[in-house]
Each structure stands twice: as structure tokens, then as C-alpha cells.
Design a protein around this ligand. Structure first.
Ligand code: GLC
Length: 436
């Protein structure tokens, strides 16, 4: 069956964000930051206090870092050497779900099972050493209310996590209980941070002039240093980092497919921006669009962001690899022209994502800059979509230029690969210094 080309063209149009819309999203983001600082209830940005500012780069010592926020959990032992240098001494990791074997993120799993699993991984990272004292920094990449660096209470699961009994709980308390069960009373969780905060700490440890941290992966979220907030509980310098939970940013217009996806999602009405841009959702939108084009609306082909990346990377003349992926997932035979169209659809979804993410970056830059000139700065980004998805980085740069004109030359994005782990270690060091 041939695909409906006209519909495909219409859908590509629905995923296009023009210059005017881009500027409007950036301006709305800036406005929501302003409103959120006065009262988060008036903003779709959660503006969560992290109780940590920027590191000095001189933090030293050996720390445990737990990185928990996607389908893979990692625990590392990291030695901070000061002067922006560090060494990863050991690293272990495991997925939270192996279909058919175990699943710690589904609705059937409990908080206890999930945190016992984390504790067992920590046990592996310390080589079952139950004597030596270890301070642990915990990158917990979900919206959490904090009252200090230790105390983080999960507000709501995102990224389609469903584990029972964690929402509303202090996550480090759950972790502590599990650590005790494993005889790991020598491991002391001392700091919890969001992954965006971790990336910012990690990048700022190595590069001054970094004030914005971003994750662009399964989920998408940003944080920045708010210079106006001072709090005795705040560790570090330069103000307080706010985790925006900007995946929940609402002041933008979803298209027909976005609305449909949201209605059938785990948390309808939540995470509008994230559902339009992050890796977890781009594959879903692509699948939905293709099911319409193949006149099988409602069928889930299960395309992932990785499939989209492979489709965009196919440089064969006839689109052989695209045809193979479409055959595999949707059981459809497509000719070379149709492959080119399908590639355009994938591109439209990815380009929209990069443009909307950039609008948020610019909203933060405008907010931090105020009325002056934009200073030289880096935006630290980690995540597979940023790192590996074709078209993303070039479209971020293009959108930065569109929005900032010549001043875009002062801003660049830098990849901070592995920042989630390093940032957790830095946060632990900052908490130790602060408590000293
Ligand atoms: C989701 C989470 C957020 C996290 C992001 C990236 O948006 O709510 O806390 O930073 O994913 O992992």
C-alpha cells in the first residue's frame, strides 16, 4: 500500500516552528521564569531550589556518585583532584528493566525493590567494603522538592516511570533504609541533585562561564544559576541553581498529534514541552504520524528515537536502510521516493525539537542578562539526543543565531558527557564543605 503523500506533507507542516513562533516561545519562557521567581504557582516552570550554587573548581576528595534517572543506573567512585581535574576510579551500571527478567520501573514494582536494587549496585561499586566511610552524591533526575541538599521529596514521576510508593517520599531516606539492609551503614547519602544540576556543576567545575545546565535525552530539562537567591542552606558560590523542570513548560502550542499522544500518556496534561522534544517521545510521535500516513491510525509501530537517528543517518541513494527499518517496524514496503519522504518527516520532528529546546535556552539567557549585553558563556548539555541525533546541534546553532543575532557568537553549547556522575561527586564535596 502506498503512503498518503499529501497527508505526510501536512503533518510535516504541523511539526514546523517558524521564526515568529520560535521567538514567542523564547519570550514566554522568559516570562514564566520571571513569574516563577515571584511565585512558582503562577508559572508552568517549577523553579525547584537545589540548595547548591556553582563549585569553585577546588573541590577535592573521593566520593560515591549514584546516577539514577533513566533506564540505566550507574554508580561510580570518583576522585576530585581540584583545579577542575578528576579521576573515575570505578564504575558499575545496570538497567532498571530487562524485559522478561525484571522491571523496577513498572506499576507492579515497589519502592523497596527499586531502592534495594540501587543499594546492591552501590555494594558492587564499593567492592562490598562495609568499613570505609563514603559520602554519596545522588543524581536523582525527577522533580523533587528540597529544603536542603539532602532532603529531596519526589513530587511526581516523569518519563513514564510508575514504581509504587516513591512519589511524596524523601528519596534518600528510602535509599538509606536499603543501604542499611545491605550492611552499608558506611555509605552516607549527603546530597541529592537533579541531572541538569549535575551537568551544570560538572561543566562549571571544568569551565568557568557556565550558568545553564541541560539534559537532552530520554527526558529534557534545564537549570540555571539564579544570582538573586541567597540562603544559609545553600552550598557553593554565585547564587542558587534552580531546577526548572522545564519539561513541564506549557506556554507553547501542541499540534494535533501532540494532543493525541498526551491524552493516551501516563500523565495527561503534564510535561508538554518534554512530550514535544525529548527522546522518550519523539519516536512515539513519529510512529503516530506514520500510522496515519499508512492509513492504520492507532497502530503502534514502536519506532524509537534510535530508529529516527538511523533513518536520518541513512545516506544510501535508495534509502535502503530506511526501507529496512520501516519493513521491520511497520511491516510496509516503501520505495526510494517514499523513503526520502519518511526521512523528511523524521527531520521535521527532530528540527522542531532542537528549535523548541533552543527557545528555552534563550529564555534563560535573556532572563540572566537583563537589559545588558549577553556575556560570553557556555550552555552545558548532556544526553544522547544532543550528542548523537543528526540535525540537533546544527539546528540549535541556527536557532541561537535566529534569536540572538550577532550576540549568538557569545554563546555556545558544550557536551558534558558523564556529567551526571561527576556532578553528584562535586555536590557531595560541596555538601561536606558546607557542613564543615
Ligand atoms: C524529566 C525529569 C527531570 C529530568 C529530565 C532529564 O524531565 O522530570 O527531572 O531532569 O527528565 O532527565
Amino acid at each position: 500500500m502506498a503512503l498518503d503523500r499529501q497527508l505526510l506533507q501536512t503533518i510535516i507542516g504541523e511539526f514546523t516552528v517558524d521564526a515568529e513562533q520560535l521567538r514567542e516561545v523564547a519570550a514566554n519562557f522568559r516570562q514564566d521564569l520571571k513569574l516563577g521567581l515571584i511565585d512558582p504557582k503562577d508559572s508552568s516552570l517549577r523553579m525547584l531550589k537545589s540548595y547548591v550554587g556553582l563549585p569553585t573548581g577546588k573541590e577535592t576528595g573521593e566520593f560515591l556518585a549514584l546516577d539514577f534517572g533513566g533506564t540505566n543506573v550507574r554508580v561510580s567512585r570518583i576522585k576530585l583532584e581540584g583545579a577542575g581535574r578528576f579521576e573515575v576510579i570505578k564504575k558499575v551500571g545496570k538497567p532498571l528493566i530487562i524485559p522478561g527478567e525484571y522491571d523496577y520501573i513498572g506499576a507492579e514494582s515497589t519502592a523497596e525493590q527499586m531502592f534495594d536494587f540501587l543499594a546492591s549496585l552501590i555494594d558492587e561499586a564499593v567492592d562490598k567494603d562495609h568499613e570505609t566511610k563514603f559520602y554519596l552524591g545522588h543524581t536523582f533526575s525527577f522533580p523533587s522538592n528540597q529544603t536542603n541538599l539532602y532532603n529531596a521529596e519526589l513530587i511526581i514521576w516523569t518519563k513514564e516511570f510508575k514504581t509504587a510508593g516513591v512519589e511524596g517520599k524523601i528519596v534518600n531516606d528510602l535509599l538509606k533504609t536499603s543501604l542499611e539492609k545491605f550492611g552499608l551503614t558506611n555509605v552516607e547519602p549527603i546530597a541529592v541533585i537533579n541531572d541538569t544540576v549535575a551537568v551544570l556543576l560538572s561543566a562549571a567545575y571544568q569551565h568557568p562561564d557556565t550558568y545553564i545546565g541541560s539534559i537532552y535525552a530520554t527526558g529534557q530539562n534545564n537549570c540555571y544559576v539564579e544570582a538573586s537567591i541567597h540562603d544559609p542552606e545553600n552550598a557553593g558560590v554565585g547564587g542558587m541553581i534552580l531546577n526548572l523542570e522545564s519539561g513541564n513548560f506549557m506556554k507553547l502550542t501542541p499540534n494535533r498529534l501532540d494532543v493525541e499522544y498526551d491524552e493516551g500518556s501516563e500523565k495527561p496534561g503534564e510535561q508538554r514541552l518534554e512530550k514535544m522534544v525529548s527522546g522518550r517521545y519523539m519516536g512515539e510521535l513519529f510512529s503516530m504520524a506514520l500510522s496515519e500516513i499508512f492509513e492504520e491510525k492507532g497502530k503502534n509501530y514502536g519506532f524509537t528515537a534510535i530508529d529516527m537517528s538511523s533513518i536520518l543517518m541513512d545516506d544510501t541513494i535508495d534509502g535502503d536502510r530506511i526501507a529496512a527499518i520501516v519493513k521491520d517496524k511497520a511491516d510496509k514496503n516503501v520505495d526510494s521516493e517514499e523513503c526520502a519522504k519518511i526521512k523528511q518527516l523524521a527531520a521535521a520532528i527532530v528540527v522542531r525539537s532542537a528549535r523548541l529546546v533552543t527557545a528555552a535556552y534563550v529564555g534563560m539567557i535573556w532572563h540572566r542578562t537583563g537589559t545588558g549585553k549577553i556575556s560570553r558563556q557556555h550552555i552545558a548539555v548532556d544526553g544522547s539526543v544532543y550528542e548523537k541525533m543528526p540535525l540537533v546541534q546544527e539546528n540549535i546553532n541556527r536557532a541561537l543565531s535566529e534569536l540572538l543575532g550577532e550576540e549568538a557568537a557569545n554563546v555556545d553549547t558544550i557536551l558534558d558527557n558523564g556529567g551526571s556522575g561527576l556532578g553528584a561527586a562535586i555536590a557531595a564535596a560541596m555538601a561536606v564543605n558546607h557542613n564543615a
